[in-house]
Design a protein around this ligand. Structure first.
Ligand SMILES: O=C(O)CCC(=O)C(=O)O
Length: 278
């Protein structure tokens, strides 16, 4: 499943796509399952209730969060041995599972401004890792994920206000003008693994008829001993819970500064202590 090339790409770029890790029967089943659940109302973990009459597509199809706490299929997916094996290969040991999410991203929906996941999760020592599985054909038009290759080597950056006409979240991180932001084109069943420091996000779905559904697991490296309170309880990949400390926010964050004609990150900022969870 994970080759030497995958491992090298993950180590150097901070992300890697494992193509066809899940098959089409499985992704059809997940898609139907979550569409059915969403149609039937709201659930623990939903940040926004469903408003079927809203002009905002994200209010008609808000994302689901922490479904594994009440939905067996989500728990099974999150702890699937294929995901575990991939992360063992990439990280050197089994991770702890802390979050599931389902993004529906219907036609016309806004994206999510560029950010770093460990800003929210606070996994320490080490960082978090995401397994982001495509449930649809995903390209730039329906708002694929975008990553800044190599940015996993950056520290956590201080956040700025995001443009909420294109992002449903209101904070972002600044990226140097010459840093590439790369679209990740995926087929159903492909899984993108990415490091918790990597800068990533997505732009709006500008199609009129194509959803961009993704099933997402967030994990923390198995050497971490703390994570932000929203992500407790952490689970081992056999589904059993474990006790970790609660990580606090409000530490130092980096800002870009020019040094000898180059942009470098200086740790001069202090994060706001109020951080909405992702
Ligand atoms: O799917 C998206 O548009 C953003 C998802 C994301 O940022 C994440 O899973 O960390």
């Amino acid at each position: 499943m994970v080759t030497a090339e995958h491992k090298q790409h993950f180590a150097e770029q901070g992300y890697v796509i494992v193509r066809g890790l899940f098959n089409r029967d499985e992704t059809d089943r997940y898609r139907e399952h979550y569409m059915r659940l969403r149609k039937h109302g709201t659930y623990p973990g939903d940040m926004a209730g469903v408003d079927a009459n809203s002009s905002d597509p994200l209010k008609v199809y808000p994302r689901m969060i922490h479904m594994h706490r009440w939905d067996q299929l989500s728990l099974q997916w999150m702890t699937d041995p294929r995901l575990d094996e991939c992360m063992i290969a990439l990280l050197g040991r089994s991770p702890y599972a802390v979050q599931t999410m389902l993004y529906f991203k219907p036609p016309g929906a806004r994206g999510q401004a560029l950010h770093q996941d460990n800003f929210y999760l606070r996994a320490q020592p080490g960082t978090c890792i995401a397994a982001w599985m495509a449930l649809d054909e995903i390209d730039e038009a329906n708002g694929c994920l975008q990553v800044v290759p190599g940015s996993h080597n950056w520290p956590l950056l201080c956040t700025e206000k995001a443009d909420t006409s294109v992002s449903f979240t209101d904070v972002t991180v600044p990226v140097p003008p010459d840093a590439p932001v790369l679209p990740i084109i995926m087929q159903p069943g492909d899984v993108l693994f990415f490091n918790g420091q990597i800068v990533h996000g997505s732009y709006p779905n500008v199609t009129s008829d194509r959803f961009r559904r993704a099933l997402i697991g967030h994990y923390i490296e198995g050497r971490a001993d703390q994570v932000a309170t929203f992500y407790h309880p952490a689970l081992r990949m056999d589904g059993t819970p474990l006790e970790l400390d609660i990580a606090q926010g409000g530490g130092a964050c980096g800002v870009w500064a020019e040094q000898d004609g180059e942009l470098v990150v200086e740790m001069v900022g202090v994060e706001g202590t109020v951080r909405k969870h992702e």
